[in-house]
Design a protein around this ligand. Structure first.
Ligand SMILES: Cc1cc2nc3c(=O)[nH]c(=O)nc-3n(C[C@H](O)[C@H](O)[C@H](O)COP(=O)(O)OP(=O)(O)OC[C@H]3O[C@@H](n4cnc5c(N)ncnc54)[C@H](O)[C@@H]3O)c2cc1C
Length: 408
């Protein structure tokens, strides 16, 4: 008797669907309130829909995506983490998650935000008078006026705290600025420059808001041929007898200690951005590993490849837990310069390791911009060095834990 079992009736075993790459392995997003989670999800949708499809070409072309700015304005994240003055508000954890989310798609875009919101708006928010905050922050929060932050000089980088050579000389109700600034993000096209200069009278570092497009003596040359964060336009600023009214001197920025208050907050944010950069590279590498076949199998099925992926997600998860605790310390009023320095140094170093493993996992395609890992690999180099290098962060931390300064 013929079998009643026809081939059609046999149950064909379907392959299990592969998990979608997810770089939030410990579900850290859940530390935010539902409202703040919604903001992060909105940012993710914007980054994936508007930015991801076009950003590699901008990166290759070394140009900034001005076409995206109208949609960025609509997102309502100008001044996230800052209260009042037309700012988006929300917790400092939200600021971190937003920056992590942006960097997960593009570290350059996160840097543009970090410079405009964190450094430029942050300087006014932290070191400005009430009147200055009322005047400058609302148009900046609406992205109508874009800012930059000029601290580093051609000959003075890590040693900026004691070595700035740009001078400020009081002249009646104005100040005269002379000097040069290097590496200044957004400078070639922005509207407002926060310039840090040494007061010739008391030797202290002071901050000035310069309306750079209309102030005589202020010129900017774009820095060409960068191999990291190519979307961000960095400038070399030259100031020759630049006249700035006393009303534009940051009224609570009276020494480098006040500059450092701004840097503490932006180092806090760079730790989140570096974690986002690693997340983007990890997710792209995992997807590639699930699809790329060698020896007739997906490379994700090889033990040595899984080891690389496991080490990547471990680095990312460790960084996420650390930066989430950083946010709690801030809420409790306990975040110190050393806390932020540790987070920035650790997260950028782990990012550097992670993006290199992602690059490795893609083999030859890992060095081609089109495969979406090379950009993270290159960009991480700048995150590791800007906002104070790895060594400077460890020196800040070293002083805090030993009680002995070792900067010089
Ligand atoms: C892409 C990018 C964007 C940037 N954006 C801005 C910006 O918007 N605004 C701004 O003001 N600056 C900006 N910077 C400048 C950045 O902050 C500096 O590059 C950084 O602080 C390091 O300074 P430096 O490059 O002059 O290196 P240097 O200070 O010359 O350091 C060179 C090396 O020596 C090491 N070193 C220095 N001193 C010590 C020491 N005492 N002990 C041990 N090692 C030491 C450093 O760690 C580093 O490895 C940007 C830089 C880059 C690359």
């Amino acid at each position: 008797m013929a079998s009643v079992m026809t081939p059609e009736r046999k149950t064909v075993k379907q392959p299990k669907p592969l998990p979608k790459p997810n770089s939030d392995f410990y579900q850290l997003l859940e530390v935010l309130s539902a409202d703040e989670q919604a903001v992060v999800k909105k940012v993710r949708a914007f980054m994936e829909t508007n930015v991801a499809p076009v950003i590699t070409q901008y990166w290759v072309d070394d140009s900034f995506p001005f076409e995206l700015l109208p949609a960025v304005k609509e997102l309502g994240i100008g001044g996230v983490g800052m209260k009042g003055y037309g700012c988006a508000g929300g917790s400092l954890a939200l600021l971190g998650f937003v920056q992590m989310e942006i960097a997960r798609v593009d570290p350059s875009f996160a840097t543009f935000m970090g410079v405009h919101v964190g450094l430029a708006m942050g300087s006014i928010y932290i070191d400005g008078s009430e009147e200055q905050k009322q005047k400058w922050l609302p148009p900046m929060a609406r992205f109508e006026k874009i800012g930059c932050f000029g601290l580093t000089e051609p000959l003075v980088g890590s040693g900026a705290s004691g070595g700035l050579t740009t001078t400020a000389k009081r002249d009646g109700d104005a100040w005269i600025l002379n000097g040069e600034k290097r590496w200044i993000g957004n400078a070639p096209w922005c509207d407002l420059s926060i310039i840090w200069a040494r007061d010739l009278a008391d030797g202290q570092v002071k901050g000035f808001i310069v309306e750079n497009k209309t102030t005589p003596g202020f010129s900017v040359e774009k820095i060409e041929h960068k191999i990291a964060l190519r979307v961000v336009q960095n400038g070399h600023i030259t100031m020759k007898d630049v006249r700035v009214p006393e009303a534009n001197r940051l009224q609570s920025g009276n020494s480098f200690r006040d500059t450092a208050k701004v840097l503490k907050m932006t180092r806090y944010a760079v730790a989140w951005m570096a974690t986002g950069c690693a997340m983007g590279a990890y997710e792209a590498a995992l997807k590639y590993a699930q699809e790329r076949l060698q020896f007739g199998k997906p490379i994700a099925s090889f033990q040595l490849v899984q080891d690389l992926l496991a080490k990547m997600i471990a680095n990312i998860t460790a960084s996420q837990c650390l930066i989430a605790r950083q946010a709690q310390l801030h809420v409790e009023g306990k975040l110190t310069d050393a806390h932020a320095a540790l987070a920035k140094a650790f997260a950028t170093a782990k990012c550097r390791e992670t993006v290199a493993w992602a690059r490795e996992l893609l083999g030859g395609n890992g060095i081609v911009a089109d495969y979406n890992v090379a950009r993270f690999f290159a960009d991480c180099e700048a995150l590791y060095s800007y906002e104070g290098t790895y060594q400077m962060q460890n020196l800040i931390l070293g002083k805090a834990i030993t009680g002995v300064g070792a900067f010089v």
